[in-house]
Design a protein around this ligand. Sequence first.
Ligand SMILES: NC(=O)c1ccc[n+]([C@@H]2O[C@H](COP(=O)([O-])OP(=O)(O)OC[C@H]3O[C@@H](n4cnc5c(N)ncnc54)[C@H](OP(=O)(O)O)[C@@H]3O)[C@@H](O)[C@H]2O)c1
Ligand SMILES: *[C@@H]1O[C@H](CO)[C@@H](O)[C@H](O)[C@H]1NC(C)=O
Length: 288
Amino acid sequence: MQMFGKLLVVITGLSAALVALMWRDTFEPESLRGVRVLVTGASTGIGEQMAYVYARFGAQIVITARREAVLKQVAEKCQELGAQKVLYIPADMAVPTDPERVVRFAAEELGGLDYLVLNHIGPSPFAMWDGDADHTRWLMQVNFLSYIQMTSSAMPVLKKSGGAIIAVSSIAGKLCTPFVAPYTATKFALNGFFGSVQQELAMQRANVSVTICMLGLIDTKSAMDKVKGYTTMPAYPATDAALEIIKAGATRQKEFFYPWFGHLLCLARDLFPSARDWFIQNSYTYEP
Ligand SMILES: NC(=O)c1ccc[n+]([C@@H]2O[C@H](COP(=O)([O-])OP(=O)(O)OC[C@H]3O[C@@H](n4cnc5c(N)ncnc54)[C@H](OP(=O)(O)O)[C@@H]3O)[C@@H](O)[C@H]2O)c1
Ligand SMILES: *[C@@H]1O[C@H](CO)[C@@H](O)[C@H](O)[C@H]1NC(C)=O
């Protein structure tokens, strides 16, 4: 009995140490001063907030999205917040030549690249799949292929700088989600691709980190407009999501979950499939 008691104390102690280790904040804000960053989808939402976070840390930033007038405003605010340098380049990631053009611009203007932050998504309906294959093909180019193209053009410069790729994905890249089948497909594709690239970079001992971010529901305007009336799931603040993504990238984490309990849902995914499906389907209101 006494032995058991001791064992319990040891196990509790070890668990506490493990939790403390997992939760320790190794992020050093100074490490982001002057870093050269490219953020996509930065005209609004989480991308815009990430641009402001990097600006406050004194980074050199290139932002991109389609709408030039909005990018200009975001760039001005970045300057006010303390960015060392800010440039913007309008581009449409559905155009097959734009991803490379944007990376070339950023690497030339900044003289290299330390962070490639892939975040943009094309607009997609929040509805049961209606059989439209063309939309899925288009969305694959915007949400997935353009990420690959940018990674391809940026890899040589990232290898040179010991840089990092941050791929903003979703819990929908791990759990099949109703109403957003094409979007879910693009996020699974991203997780598969960047997961494989992580393995290869490690095997090659290349000093480029890849951080895959699994986000839950975040309170951006586009997301809130879509789910309104469909779900009572809590939405988490884009400002906080942006900061935590940037910290995860700076500390070179492989996978990052925000909010944290998304990790639990993913752990339960293959252990309790019926409970998982019940939970997912009952997170939405729907009358057939
Ligand atoms: N919000 C959520 O609940 C949530 C949940 C999980 C994961 N995420 C992920 O977080 C990331 C950001 O989401 P968000 O809610 O912040 O999105 P958002 O507010 O809808 O912003 C999307 C961004 O992408 C740009 N964009 C759209 N189409 C484009 C195109 N064809 N070419 C280039 N840029 C384009 C938009 O700017 P322009 O219109 O000016 O081009 C905008 O800057 C995405 O990867 C998303 O999957 C979000
Ligand atoms: C890898 O890159 C990081 C970040 O740029 C740097 O701190 C580290 O020293 C590099 N490691 C090696 C082995 O070059």
